[in-house]
Design a protein around this ligand. Sequence first.
Ligand code: ADP
Ligand code: GN1
Ligand code: MG
Length: 351
Amino acid sequence: MIKDALDSFGISGEPVNYGDGHINSTYNIDDKYIVQRLNTEVFTNPEGVMDNAFLVTEHIRKKLVSLGKNPDRKTIEFIRTKSGEKLYMDGKDAYRAYKYIGNAYTVSDKKTPEMLYQAAKAIGEFQNLLSDFDAKKLFTVIPDFHNTPKRVENLKKSIERNASGRADMAKDLIDYALSLEDMAKIITDSIADGSVPLRVSHNDTKINNVLFDCDTNEGLCLIDLDTVMSGSYLYDFGDAMRFGASSCTEDCAELDKIYFDLDLFEAFTKGYLESASPVLTDREKELIYTSAIIMTYECGTRFLADFIDGDTYFRTAYPTHNLDRTINQFALVKDMLNKKDKGEAIVKKYL
Ligand code: ADP
Ligand code: GN1
Ligand code: MG
């Protein structure tokens, strides 16, 4: 129970439900602490998640201090239980706590180019601060998390099983997903041949995982560190654009409202390449725009598989929520493919 969790961390106050994530449950305690119940069906080794989270945030903190910067609002700070543990376990439930960063906000909808530029700065800074951190020290929280071909294989298995009996409802979406199967392997093949290096990546760079300062509107830091693992910078760029450069929310299924906003894409690309350009390999540079398409496609296949499985993974608010999310992601993919030449030209401009 949340009350027991608060007690174990020595926190007093009223927990209020917070956040709109699809996996964990978040509570705000009087704007002083954030306490989260980890979804242990998804994060089957919550201790591994927290080992990573402490390692990464402590590294960032030390690095900022060594650069003469104040780390207090530039990374989250986890706290331990009264008995010194990184987690409070209550049966199968795992709770963790960290300090609330005040006077900050997150953005899910109504994004502006300035916000996207700031978010890119924060993502670039996160990657830079961890560039000397040995990715091998990180536990693989979810194997093959951004292995797009494996995600497509999982979708095929879901279609085969049809556990919910709803595959027929998604016939056109299934056909669309399978028609783009060849695209799935572009990043993983480049990792396999060494042209795209494995690096410490966040792996869930939805723009609502960036905190912005209320006074300056500056991108402060990345939160939601559960999936920080060895991965590719392309995953972070692509996933940020999947969510950040979309004209609407992730579950809007009104086709005439869904498009890939090249102004938002340009603002983000500018901010990101200002910090990342010097470290990217030629192949990474080549795949920047494509990474946005692949990450959106991958997320669509995950929503679709979950719809067919019967909504066992992502939190849903209504029965066709995952279907709407799939419609949205695939409409974006279609538009991103149509705008590829323009998108590539924007990338070239800032390289
Ligand atoms: P999820 O995406 O699983 O809901 P997050 O870790 O992204 O979980 O947190 C949910 C929300 O809580 C964020 O969007 C943000 O508004 C808020 N939040 C999280 N951590 C902090 C923090 N340290 N300080 C202030 N607000 C936070
Ligand atoms: C989940 O927890 P949240 O909402 O930040 C998911 C991401 C997806 C995202 C889609 C551990 O993230 O991979 O991109 O939903 N996280 C996990 O909105 O699967
Ligand atoms: Mg989040």
